[in-house]
Design a binder for this molecule. Sequence first.
Ligand code: 1CP
Length: 354
Amino acid sequence: MGQSECADRAVLRVLSGEALSPPPAWMMRQAGRYLPEYREVRAQAGSFLDLCYSPDFATEVTLQPIRRFGFEAAILFSDILVVPHALGQDVRFVEGEGPRLDPLSGRVEFEALRRHDDPAIFARLAPVFETVRRLRRELPAQTTLLGFCGAPWTVASYMIGGRGTSDLAPARAFAQQDPGLLDALIDRLVKVQTAYLVRQLQAGADAVQIFESHAGSLPDGPDPLARFSFAPISRMIEGVRAQVPGARIIVFARGSGLDGHARVAEETGADAVGVDWAVDLGALRRRLPESAVTQGNLHPDTLIEGGPALDRAVDSILEATHGLPHIFNLGHGITPQTPVAHVEQMLARLRRPR
Ligand code: 1CP
């Protein structure tokens, strides 16, 4: 891949600080159950983890939304929970319910996890890197390929709770009972996931996103956002850049509020701030320097609603980010009940001549 081809990737250009009009677009969870072609592959693939670990199927479902909508970025099809699985924890995806893990409730389960440098971890994740290599070969040259992982706190909360819970009570109680063990778990995740992102970048990902989906629910104590979220994330970013100089990294700290979002830019070393739907994008842009890169903010429910409300929401994001580097995206993942026609409407509004 020549430098000149890379230079045409609009999402990468924005990640380097360029403001583009219209902004390039992709959607979190853009490969997923709202697409009939995804449901078809999903039915053939066996379990959800089989889908994640099959380069054939995972490549196909990653490409589906690119073919249908021409998004400017593709995100590797996988899940943040392949990392606990590779560490040796039992992970299953229950149809219609979500992920289930054998909960890590104390030292015994922690000691049973693989050490951060155990080659078995990356042997299990090898199919993911193969998917990245194939994607880079098969994607159009102008499409940015994004890799990803979960932030340590978010992944730890699933490892401890064994499932998604609304208030993360199990993980927060764990932090009270054995803070040293939580630190050890977060440290393990920092090391393993730094290596995981490096390998995705070496396999051909152009940039990576770190998903801190549970930044809104943290343990008690002084400045928990810095301690449990931003400090581990910035260690990962430093570690990745030590091995891949100039690596482009997006951080999405969902539920962290206006102040939390601004602090992502100020404290983590991220190149871009993923913005959830609850934040006032205009207010965030006024707080950040003009050179800051933002991404996201469209409410997934507005995409379900469609019609004039959707057009207004697209316009208001364009107004708030006019002349500023921004990547168009949702403020959280697209949901299965979203009509495909509304995604088309969103892109038509975004790309119409102005
Ligand atoms: O049957 C299915 O198709 C299962 C639905 C599904 C999908 C499509 C899950 C289960 N994971 C995924 C793929 C996925 N997960 C991607 C693929 C790339 C893309 O965006 O298209 C990505 C980036 C993720 C990341 C992920 N997994 C996050 C972070 C983003 C977010 O949504 O906040 C989280 C929290 C998970 C855990 C997870 N995996 C699946 C579900 C339903 C959940 C959430 C569980 C819960 O909290 O209740």
